[in-house]
Design a protein around this ligand. Sequence first.
Ligand SMILES: Nc1ncnc2c1ncn2[C@@H]1O[C@H](COP(=O)(O)OP(=O)(O)OP(=O)(O)O)[C@@H](O)[C@H]1O
Length: 233
Amino acid sequence: MTTTQQQTGSQQTALAASARDLVRTYGSGETAVTALAGVDLDVAAGRFTAIMGPSGSGKSTLMHCLAGLDTPTSGSVVVGGVELAGLDDTRLTLFRREHVGFVFQSFNLLPMLTAGQNIVLPLELAGTPVDRVWLDDVVGVLGIEDRMGHRPSELSGGQQQRVAVARALISRPDIVFADEPTGNLDSATSLEVLAFLRRSVRELGQSVVMVTHDADAAAHADEVVVIEDGRVA
Ligand SMILES: Nc1ncnc2c1ncn2[C@@H]1O[C@H](COP(=O)(O)OP(=O)(O)OP(=O)(O)O)[C@@H](O)[C@H]1O
């Protein structure tokens, strides 16, 4: 795991990701929309960061730019010590595979694979051997040991999301991005998933960034970044 080191006085803060003067506009001329209007952001490593803000404020655009899923109009993004500006599509794909984990609102598990097969799929696609000790740690912390042989349709929503979290953690990414991870879950199950995201930070040292419009969900994070009109408020 690589992180950028930033000097703050005598203290050194490890950064999982940072953005400088990040601008993203869509379209051009009179119909142009400025989704990000100059965002400066440092995401500390080993912390749980929530990005909050009203609908249309630019949360998803910011997350997509930080994760290398979208290309900013201008500005800089550094993740795991890698500057994303200037990477072509092939390199961005490799960058995401090596540095980033994703958890989506809709779980995105493959229905024909078991939970265990879904979790190790990113490693198999990358041709990387499975670290069994780490797999056992992740599955143990998430409490899904006895669900490994089940298919997604045989799991509850919360269990499916825990499998999705395990899949995001399995390659030990520099950073995990969770896009409204509790958006499809009832409140009890949401609490469960948020607790597991927290444990992945506290017990496994993971850096997690969660986009949410839900203040109750954001309250579980170590830091809350509020985005308004494409800027950090
Ligand atoms: N592909 C696109 N083309 C044009 N405009 C876009 C596109 N994607 C986003 N936008 C605009 O950029 C702005 C920010 O959108 P974004 O999806 O980042 O907001 P958000 O805070 O994630 O919203 P929500 O909470 O509703 O998901 C909005 O005005 C949106 O309409």
